[in-house]
Design a protein around this ligand. Structure first.
Ligand code: ADP
Ligand code: MG
Ligand code: ZN
Length: 611
């Protein structure tokens, strides 16, 4: 492969026509011999940033990756594309390991994935010190930082390793975690020299974002799954118990569902994960233990059965949706109990035993603050995408994304000053002693034991707002909290308190307006017609035929279907309807090598279907 340029490599091996945002800058930096750091969200194509130059640089590229499953998946994908790559980690027997090293010595692999703890072992060093290492690429580079979510002490060995090499290779680092603390750590700890830094957008415009507060979560979720026949999706639940329950119900209702949580044995977890990856099971019901290291690109939807503890987790989890860039749908099913559950987890978090009392308090306060922001996400009537991007510190000018439930819902700006004054008045009249639920129950005039016990039925605001629907009251109260017209204490009770601004409202010096839904009730999800995979294809039949062929090939080769061709590739194929090799190579995701392997079978199938 002498003197192919980066575009030729991209086309020949990966079958793509162009680079995505950020990729070229990073690749060019590497090719010029500079260190680089890429901070790009999940699914944006970080692997290509080191894989393309790896195929152009003279020697070997070592890729450091924290997880065996990640390495396996990537090596499988590279082999599928006709690139010799190998991994060296503890999943190999000693003999396999020695054999792989021997091949590596012969220079068979331009790309080798290595677990960090292997780097400074005698045997590996013996190989590396005598080989030409052109680049060390550190994937999931946030693992070097103690501030990151998954600190791996073994990542600290990377520096030691690099310093022992006779010639310093180019260092490249990649992560999806962007906080400045982690960024500084990566540059400092890995000792990147004057690196080219590239940060690209956190926006995933192909993901539809939605929030619902259904009375019956299971029914809402099942309904959603039903509307996505034949498509892969993940349903995240807060607890193992709920995973068992929801998965069981889905199976009973005739869905091809499987499950994943830390309570299952290793073998079963691996099995269920494979069933999902290989499309044998379509719905994965899981706790947040599932997902790290899953590169499956055609997950079409992610449903959150419970609200996660913070937006970091939420965005990471929905990030697993639609990594192929095709449309994907992410819906969060909110319930008030979710807040309580998360509060409980925060208050009883014993994860980090090294923390002293003061540090623990600090962590708790931070976690409560994050939970609050997560809860506001479920209640805001503004663009959800903008809310998330703002949270991650990204400026986003357009406040209408057109692909979230709020942008698609008709709102009208409503004057809620009177309601706001009553709510604030109630907080004041009860001596700022109760949480949001009690305040709401009071103004709507609920007749519950708790209200009587607290004597709130004697409060002058009792039943003052009984004519306004409770979901509107809840929206207004949440808006007041979001905008700082009211606040809550930081302890577990989240007592509602007054602020400077509340006094302005009660004094009549401030008008409060907010967006409220025009329709009486939010319309059921799914009445809207959104673009679905394969829907851009006029010929749904052909799409399904090609999908069936893909499954057949995947079965024959024992690889996941998306490694044969992605959904996007199949969709494009339906549009191009190639008649020969030349036309087939214009399809996105079809490179030379894959054409040799599968091209003709697809051409034949298209010809048959078209006649
Ligand atoms: P990340 O590591 O950033 O989460 P990956 O490297 O796993 O993302 O890439 C996600 C998906 O995007 C893969 O299916 C990959 O083939 C695809 N991809 C990457 N770069 C391009 C590109 N330039 N054009 C089209 N698809 C791409
Ligand atoms: Mg990656
Ligand atoms: Zn929006």
């Amino acid at each position: 492969m002498d003197k192919m340029d980066k575009f030729e490599v991209l086309k020949k091996y990966f079958g793509y026509d162009g680079f995505r945002e950020g990729q070229e800058l990073l690749i060019d930096g590497i090719l010029e011999g500079q260190d680089v750091m890429g901070i790009m969200p999940t699914g944006s194509g970080k692997s290509l940033c080191y894989q393309v130059p790896a195929l152009m640089l003279p020697g070997i590229t070592l890729v450091i990756s924290p997880l065996i499953s990640l390495m396996k998946d990537q090596v499988a994908a590279l082999n599928q594309a006709g690139i010799h790559a190998a991994f060296l980690n503890s999943s190999l027997s000693y003999n396999q390991y020695r054999k792989a090293l021997a091949f590596a010595r012969e220079g068979r692999y331009p790309i080798i994935y290595v677990a960090p703890e292997r780097l400074v072992t005698e045997e590996f060093l013996d190989f590396a010190l005598h080989a030409e290492i052109s680049m060390v690429a550190v994937d999931e580079a946030h693992c070097v930082s103690q501030w990151g979510q998954d600190f791996r002490p073994s990542y600290l060995k990377i520096v030691e390793f690099v310093e022992r090499l006779p010639r310093r290779p180019v260092l490249s680092a990649f992560t999806a975690t962007a906080t400045s603390q982690v960024r500084e750590d990566v540059v400092g700890i890995l000792r990147l020299e004057n690196p080219v830094m590239v940060t690209t957008g956190y926006d995933r415009p192909n993901l539809y974002l939605g929030v619902q507060s259904p009375r019956d979560k299971y029914a809402a979720m099942r309904n959603f799954v039903e509307r996505h026949p034949g498509q892969s999706g993940i349903v995240y639940c807060a607890t193992r118990k709920l995973v068992e329950e929801v998965c069981g119900k889905l199976i009973r209702d005739g869905f091809r569902a499987t499950r994943y949580h830390a309570g299952l044995g290793d073998a079963e977890r691996r099995n269920n994960q494979d069933d999902f990856i290989y499309d044998r099971s379509l719905v994965m019901v899981a706790t947040n233990a599932f997902g790290m290291g899953i590169d499956k690109s055609n997950v079409r939807y992610v449903v959150h059965y419970n609200m996660p503890k913070n937006l970091e987790s939420y965005y990471q989890e929905v990030g697993r949706c639609a990594r192929d860039g095709e449309p994907g749908e992410c819906v969060l099913l909110y319930g008030g109990q979710d807040v309580v559950t998360n509060q409980f987890f925060i208050d009883n978090n014993q994860d980090n035993e090294e923390l002293d009392e003061a540090a623990r308090e600090l962590v708790m306060a931070r976690d409560r603050e994050r939970l609050k922001k997560m809860t506001f996400y479920c209640f805001t009537n503004d663009c959800l995408r903008e809310y998330v991007l703002k949270y991650f510190g990204e400026y986003h000018s357009a406040n209408y994304c057109g692909n979230c439930c709020n942008c698609l819902q008709h709102f009208e700006t409503t004057d809620v000053t009177e309601t706001a004054r009553a709510l604030i008045g109630c907080v004041s009249a009860c001596g700022q002693r109760y949480g949001a639920a009690v305040i709401l129950d009071t103004v709507r005039g609920a007749d519950t034991a708790k209200i009587r016990q607290y004597h709130m039925d004697e409060n002058i605001y009792y039943a003052r707002l009984s004519k306004i629907p409770v979901y509107t009251l809840r929206s207004v109260l949440n808006y007041l909290l979001m905008q700082g017209y009211l606040t809550t204490t930081d302890d577990a009770y989240a007592v509602v308190r007054l602020t400077e601004s509340s006094r302005e409202v009660s004094a009549g010096n401030r008008i409060v307006t907010m967006k409220l839904p025009k329709d009486k009730e939010r319309p059921a999800e799914g009445k809207r017609s959104r673009r679905q995979v394969g829907a851009g294809v006029s010929d749904r039949g052909l799409f399904d035929t090609l999908r069936a062929l893909r499954s057949e090939i995947a079965r024959e080769e024992g690889v996941p279907p998306y490694l044969v061709f992605s959904d996007k590739t199949l969709e494009h194929m339906c549009v191009v309807k190639p008649k020969d090799k030349g036309e087939m190579l214009t399809v996105t995701g079809v490179g030379e090598f894959k054409f040799e392997k599968y091209g003709r079978r697809f051409l034949k199938k298209i010809a048959e279907t078209e006649n």
